[in-house]
Design a protein around this ligand. Sequence first.
Ligand code: SAH
Ligand code: SF4
Length: 359
Amino acid sequence: MNKADILYCLKSSGKEYEALLNFSSEQKKKHVGNKVYLRGLIELSNNCSKDCYYCGIRKSNKKTKRYNLKDAEVLEAAKFAYENNFGSLVIQSGELQSENFSKRIEHLLKQIKSLSDNKLGITLSCGEQSEDTYKRWFDAGAHRYLLRIEASDKELYAKLHPQNDLHSFETRLKSLELLKKCGYQTGTGVMIGLPFQRLEHLANDLLFMKEFDIDMCGMGPYIEHADTPLFQYKENLLPLSERFELGMKMIALLRIMMPNINIAATTALQAIDKNGREKAIQIGANVLMPNITPGTYRDAYALYENKPLTKSSDDDCKTCIEMNLKGVENKIAYGAWGDSLHFKAKTSAKNLHSLRTGK
Ligand code: SAH
Ligand code: SF4
């Protein structure tokens, strides 16, 4: 697909939109099957040293009540994922770069591996870190990492972040390279429907992911948060329903462009439409991240408004998910890591090459 094709699809509506979703759904079936892999999501802490203009837990938001799960709570959640046969979990957190934080995650990884008899797969999403830290975490048992580029256009990125070393586009990009180098299955993604974002940016985002040769993707609609600097542009945003539809188009297009990668059905889709994640799974996504953060902390991890499954709402219960997925003819692959087939294909091609050439 070239840029013109992508733009054409991003603009589609009515019958053409339906046809796009039908085609991507077929591609999904053909290349990754109708299986959904679970990653229990643990939101470790909302302490963050950064000030991204879109994010509700940014450092300068004094209204956020900060929390940090206790190690015992993380391990309890991991045990829950293991005992319920989730196969994998994700540890996500605000970004902290310190020896204490690196050490803590390293230790937690080892403990999770040990309590699950090495059976739980672990994805991390803890922001930009040094190569050494990425390596240590990989060696301790993490094998997948999600770091969204947020916006692959440098100028747009600059409008979404403060202008300082802590928020440099180059560092974000370099971090993605480091993750690949350390051996992680590397995932990235963008927010969809951001202020200042045009369809052309989104088309380039997809081309960026293809060019970077990502293994996984998590992308979803941007949802404004009142206590953030970007909230002032609220009036210029697309209506939520259109942001949702754009999200669906982006997932469909990526599935067509990169048929064997893992694509997550993100929570932001569910925040707009309560069946949003299932709809995404029907047309291309194959990974679901049920929230297993202890209930009392969920309200505080408010990246955006109306985030579902806060402490006052229902649990992301297994039977509900199973039923909803049945409705879209998909099935949970319990107990499986569900690694990116794209990554596996790349790795075996590389191994074959070195066997043949000795390099
Ligand atoms: N601190 C880490 C991981 C936690 S934030 C990091 O930034 O990489 C996880 C993701 O939440 C971010 O990558 C961002 O894309 C998303 N996010 C933050 N604010 C958002 C908002 N207002 N709407 C939608 N997604 C948002
Ligand atoms: Fe921190 Fe991530 Fe939010 Fe940026 S997006 S403020 S790094 S939690």
